[in-house]
Design a protein around this ligand. Structure first.
Ligand code: IMP
Length: 438
């Protein structure tokens, strides 16, 4: 059974890229299957830091085939930029990249729509999107009449599609944007530009659904790289403050085209605290000095947008929910080193809503807004963890913290990360640090 998935269990930015990078060496194929250039992966290889937002982190490992599957929304400019940068830095395995001909392509009107619609929500609170055109492109995919897939760029009908869409989008945008603030889009220029992108990308375009199905059937080891986090899942997250794809474990099959029977392991990635970018309720948020200390120590600023991330304590009500939702077998606890030096640590173990205690994550955002987190206080540690090579090098308080997280989430810990480099990872491996008791 060849498939492993890596899923973020919070609101994104859990450092999934690092774990994907480590696991890539044990796989033949790495697949991105949802989201787009809204994701940001930082991978540190020796002295080199790579920041990727669209290409799978697996492109940094030789001999591995990287697939962007049909469930992704695809910004060709970003893909070309990242390809050129990798080639300039002598990452020479980009030949092993495959782009699904089914992926939906992001066009200039999607960026314009993202700006307009994000500041026009009914209750006045912005979703705070990354402005990468993600939501509008997914909307067109589901709406069908104005969607363009990568395979369409190589057909005679592409010119007509661009004309049809540009005319319609110009009308919508003109109606929604304030007078004088809208420059109509030019179909000829867009067509010409996208034909150039299509030529540049031609060698990589493939029917990846067929490729992945036959690879799975042949027993190839496939790693599925989730983007964002499960709390941003469009169906099961903190709607409407979510992204537009299924970013929890439930999205792997629909985005990749690989049925669940080929997936035998799901690894959940959990930051030792919580962060959130953009709008929406965040019960454990620390809008104070401790939150700022975590932000500074964890360098919590967006990889893609550079926005300061909102920081808070670890919320195990939320993580237990997303772990169950994603069918997680084990978790990796990330950025544990960031918690060093705090006066004490808190973990949210339950919620109080309208005077009632619960450990069920609410389905409606209004209920989540009314949540009062119930905390358990744990001793902190002052030691620097970044040089720790094994569990024996961790202070007892840090081990206890990880142990408690595992108990509360209900799954064993597989890895603990104490810094961005590959070497700053403590693999607990097949004999998990703790066996979940709950
Ligand atoms: P969108 O995906 O650009 O539409 O943004 C929707 C919401 O998801 C916003 O709150 C974003 O900040 C959030 N979001 C999207 N991608 C990421 C990510 O990779 N990490 C963290 N938050 C993200």
């Amino acid at each position: 059974m060849p498939g492993t998935c890596v899923i973020g269990l919070q609101w994104g930015d859990e450092a999934k890229g690092k774990i994907v990078d480590l696991l890539t060496q044990q796989h033949d194929i790495v697949v991105r299957y949802q989201g787009g250039a809204n994701a940001g992966h930082t991978v540190v290889v020796g002295e080199d830091v790579y920041k990727l937002s669209l290409l799978p982190s697996g492109v940094l490992t030789q001999g591995v085939t990287c697939v962007i599957a049909g469930g992704v929304v695809f910004n060709p400019v970003k893909a070309i930029e990242e390809l050129d940068e990798l080639l300039a830095r002598n990452v020479d395995d980009c030949d092993n990249l495959k782009l699904s001909d089914r992926i939906h392509v992001i066009f200039p009107w999607h960026f314009a729509e993202d700006r307009v619609f994000d500041s026009n929500t009914s209750d006045g609170e912005n979703i705070g999107t990354t402005q990468r055109g993600i939501g509008p492109c997914y909307r067109d995919k589901v709406g069908r009449s104005y969607a363009i897939r990568l395979g369409d760029l190589y057909r005679d009908t592409f010119r007509k599609q661009v004309q049809h869409n540009t005319e319609a989008k110009n009308q919508v945008l003109a109606a929604m944007v304030a007078e004088g603030q809208f420059e109509p889009l030019d179909a000829d220029a867009i067509y010409k530009q996208y034909c150039e992108y299509a030529e540049r990308l031609r060698p990589y375009v493939a029917d990846t659904t067929e490729y992945l199905l036959s690879s799975a059937e042949a027993g190839k080891r496939i790693l599925f790289e989730g983007a964002q986090g499960a709390l941003l899942d469009v169906d099961h997250g903190t709607y409407p403050f979510v992204t537009s794809s299924n970013s929890s474990g439930v999205g792997v099959s629909n985005g990749s085209g690989v049925p669940a029977r080929y997936i035998n392991k799901v690894i959940g990635i959990v930051k030792a605290y919580t962060t959130r970018v953009g709008g929406g309720p965040f019960p454990v948020e620390l809008d104070n000095e401790i939150g700022q200390q975590i932000r500074d120590q964890g360098n919590e600023y967006g990889t893609v947008t550079k926005r300061p991330r909102r920081c808070g304590w670890l919320d195990t009500v939320a993580v237990r929910y997303t772990s169950r939702l994603s069918g997680v077998d084990s978790i990796c606890v990330m950025l544990l080193d960031v918690l060093s030096g705090l006066p004490e640590l808190k973990i949210c173990t339950a919620y109080e809503i309208d005077g009632k205690r619960t450990n069920i994550f609410p389905s409606h955002v209004d209920d989540l807004r009314r949540v009062k987190p119930i905390y358990e206080t744990m001793p902190s540690w002052q030691e620097d963890l970044t040089q720790a090579q094994s569990l024996d090098d961790l202070p007892q308080a840090a081990l206890d913290y990880v142990d408690r997280v595992s108990q509360l989430v209900g799954v064993p810990v597989e890895m603990v990360s104490v810094g961005p480099a590959r070497s700053q990872t403590i693999a607990v491996g097949s004999s998990p640090l703790v066996t979940a008791k709950s």
